[in-house]
Design a protein around this ligand. Structure first.
Ligand SMILES: Cc1cc2nc3c(=O)[nH]c(=O)nc-3n(C[C@H](O)[C@H](O)[C@H](O)COP(=O)(O)OP(=O)(O)OC[C@H]3O[C@@H](n4cnc5c(N)ncnc54)[C@H](O)[C@@H]3O)c2cc1C
Length: 381
C-alpha cells in the first residue's frame, strides 16, 4: 500500500507478512491452485503468525490494528501467487465483523478467538441461488420455535463454505423485503445443515466456493446477531470493508501482473533484441503502471477516509470499480506481453487473468456499484 498512510507498525507487519508468504505460500502456490485447495493447517499457521487477527480487538485475541494493517497483509498474500489461497484464508474478514459489531459479549468471546487463532474457519453466507445482487429478495427462512430458529433454504457461491465451522448467514425472519432479514451464526454439525457441491470455477481455484443447504435446521436463538429483522443494514455496512478488501486485491494483482510482465519483456528476445526494446512494449508497460498507480492511490485515499470514520459508501464503490478496471486491463496486457506463454498454465499471468474476472462480480457487481454511486450522489432525484 502507499507508504503515505503507513506507520512503522504497518511496515513491520508488511515485512513479516511478506517473509511468511515467501516461506509458507509461494513455493506451493501453483500446486495448491491446481489441486483446488490449500492445506487446512495453513489457517493455524497464519493465525500463529498474527495474519488473521491483525485488525481485530485485543480483547478477543487480535492485535487491534486498523484497515491498513489488513490491507498490507492482503497484498502480501496476493503476491504469494495464489489469489485463491489469499481469499480462502481471508474469509474471516467478511464473516467476523458482523459478530463484532452486532454480537453480544458472549457471542464475540465464543466465536471470534478460535477464528483468529486459525482453529476455526468462518464464512459469510448472503447469496442464494435466486438472489445475489438483490439482497432484500433472499428467501432462506428462519422460523422461531422456542429456543431455536428452524432454518430452511440454500446459499450459494460461499467462500470457504465447505470448510467453515461457523457461517454468518442471512435469513428471512420477517416480512418480504429488507425489513425482514436477520443474521444467524450457524455452526457446522447442526442437524439439517449440509454442504452441497464444491463449485468448479474460472479462477480462485485454491479457494473453496460452496453451496450450503439448510433443512429444518435448529439454530439456537442465542446465535442471533443483534435484533431480529435488523440484519439488512448490518449487511450493507459490512459491504464497505469487503469492497475495500476486493479493491486491495485488485491493486495487488495488478502490481504482480505488471512485475511479471516487466521481468518477462526484459528476458524475452525477438528480432535480435529483448522485446522491452520495442517502444510499443515500453508504452504498454507505462500505461499498465499508470493505471496501477492511480488505482493504488485512489484505494488508499478512500481507505484513509474510512479509517477516519467518514461515510465512504459511494467512494468505496468507486474505488472497487476503478481498481477492478485497472486490474482487468493490466492482467490482460500482461498476458499479451507474454505472447503464447501467457496462455500457458505454468505462467502466473495466465492465472491472474482468470482470477481477475470475479472482481467486477463478487462483493456487489460493477452495475450495482454504479447504482450505489448514482444514488449516493443524488443523480436519481
Ligand atoms: C468466487 C465467488 C465467491 C463468492 N463469495 C461469496 C461469499 O463468500 N458470500 C456470499 O454471500 N456471496 C458470495 N459470492 C456471490 C456474489 O456476491 C454474487 O455472485 C454477486 O453479488 C452477484 O449476484 P448474482 O451472482 O446472483 O448475480 P445477479 O444478481 O443475478 O446479477 C446478474 C447480472 O444482472 C445485473 N443486475 C442485477 N441487478 C441489477 C440492477 N439493479 N441494475 C443493473 N444491473 C443489475 C448484475 O450486475 C449482473 O450483471 C461469491 C461469488 C463468486 C463467484
Amino acid at each position: 500500500m502507499l507508504s503515505l498512510y503507513l506507520d512503522e507498525t504497518h511496515v513491520a507487519l508488511q515485512e513479516a507478512a511478506t517473509r511468511w508468504v515467501e516461506r509458507e505460500v509461494r513455493p506451493h502456490a501453483e500446486a495448491w491452485e491446481e489441486a483446488n485447495a490449500f492445506p487446512r493447517a495453513l489457517y493455524a499457521a497464519a493465525g500463529a503468525a498474527g495474519l488473521i487477527g491483525a485488525t481485530y480487538p485485543e480483547a478477543y485475541g487480535g492485535a487491534g490494528g486498523d484497515v491498513f494493517h489488513g490491507m498490507v497483509i492482503t497484498e502480501a498474500l496476493v503476491r504469494g501467487g495464489s489469489v485463491g489461497t489469499a481469499v480462502g484464508l481471508g474469509s474471516h474478514a467478511i464473516a467476523l465483523p458482523p459478530i463484532l459489531t452486532m454480537g453480544t459479549e458472549d457471542q464475540r468471546r465464543r466465536f471470534v478467538p478460535p477464528v483468529i487463532r486459525g482453529e476455526k474457519v468462518a464464512a459469510l453466507a448472503i447469496s442464494e441461488p435466486g438472489a445475489g445482487s438483490d439482497v432484500a429478495g433472499l428467501s432462506c427462512r428462519a422460523v422461531r420455535d422456542g429456543d431455536v430458529y428452524r432454518v430452511t433454504g440454500s446459499k450459494t457461491f460461499i467462500t470457504s463454505g465447505a470448510r467453515a465451522d461457523l457461517v454468518v448467514t442471512a435469513v428471512r425472519t420477517g416480512e418480504p423485503g429488507h425489513g425482514g432479514i436477520s443474521l444467524l451464526v450457524i455452526e457446522k454439525g447442526t442437524p439439517g445443515f449440509s454442504v452441497g457441491r464444491s463449485l468448479r470455477k474460472m479462477g480462485w481455484w485454491a479457494s473453496d466456493t460452496a453451496e450450503l443447504h439448510f433443512e429444518d435446521c435448529p439454530v439456537p436463538a442465542a446465535n442471533l446477531l443483534g435484533a431480529e429483522n435488523a440484519g439488512f443494514l448490518a449487511i450493507m455496512a459490512n459491504f464497505v470493508p469487503e469492497r475495500l478488501l476486493l479493491a486491495t486485491i485488485a491493486v495487488a494483482m495488478a502490481r504482480l501482473a505488471l512485475d511479471e510482465a516487466e521481468r518477462y519483456v526484459r528476458e524475452r528476445e525477438a528480432f535480435g533484441r529483448p522485446i522491452v526494446g520495442f517502444q510499443v512494449v515500453r508504452h504498454r508497460l507505462a500505461e499498465m503502471a499508470t493505471r496501477e498507480a492511480a488505482a493504488r492511490a485512489f484505494v488508499a485515499s478512500v481507505a484513509e477516509r474510512y479509517r477516519r470514520g467518514e461515510d465512504v459508501i459511494a467512494e468505496v464503490a468507486m474505488a472497487k470499480n476503478h481498481a477492478t478496471d485497472a486490474c482487468l486491463h493490466v492482467c490482460d496486457q500482461a498476458v499479451q506481453l507474454h505472447g503464447g506463454y501467457g496462455y500457458m498454465r505454468e505462467y502466473v499471468v495466465e492465472r491472474l487473468y482468470r482470477d481477475a474476472r470475479i472482481l467486477p462480480i463478487g462483493g456487489g457487481t460493477s452495475e450495482i456499484m454504479r447504482e450505489i454511486i448514482s444514488r449516493r450522489l443524488g443523480y436519481g432525484r
